[in-house]
Ligand binder design. Sequence first.
Ligand code: C5P
Length: 230
Amino acid sequence: MKSPGPIIVALDFDSRRAAEAVVDRLGGECRFYKVGELLTAAGPDLVRHLVAQGHEVFLDLKLFEIPNSVSGAVRAAGSLGASMVTVHSMGGTGIMAAAVAAARDFPRLRVLALTVVTSMTGTDLADIGVADPAGEQVLRLAGLARKAGCHGVIASPQETAQLRGLLGPDSLIVTPGVTLPGESGADHARPGTPRAAVVAGASHIVVGRSVTRAADPAAALRLVRTDAGL
Ligand code: C5P
């Protein structure tokens, strides 16, 4: 299979038909898709279908459960042929270690940890008893994720450089919150351009609406790739 490249397009749609229309329009321009809430609307067969077509799938399950349940969900993701799955590091080392152990049966499956979701403010953290600023909490959780054996983390473009320093060269750093130069940051808390994300050390960038809602998605994806210098 051809290398999927480091750009992942987020299929944030409420139906399989809408998602597949964009996949068709992108054709060979995109080899890597993120499926999150779409899984609930479209069902697992969409993932099997994407994998059968030669795509890689990042299944953004954001797991936060007891270790036994997390293991089961990771095994299910691996059985579907997913290449990436997400787990919440705020759930602690046990959950992350369970995810990593379950992924061992699926050689291409990578476990990525979410740290502090970008919508959380300092007040939100204080409300749940976390006194440290968000930036420090991100670094603490990323360090825990590394110790638990996670293959990488999800990070905003603005956190990526510090995380690359902490995690070293081999860790995956997958960066959503990517917008094209001149585009507004939509609803992202800490957005950045594709180039900024790559320069900061992102291994993959996730782009959604800038591509999927564009009049010409393939042209928009080419702009992302060109900006990133890929
Ligand atoms: O904004 P865009 O459509 O590019 O979003 C792509 C992905 O980025 C979404 O699927 C979501 O996982 C993530 N995202 C985020 N924080 C936001 C908005 C989107 O992490 N505020």
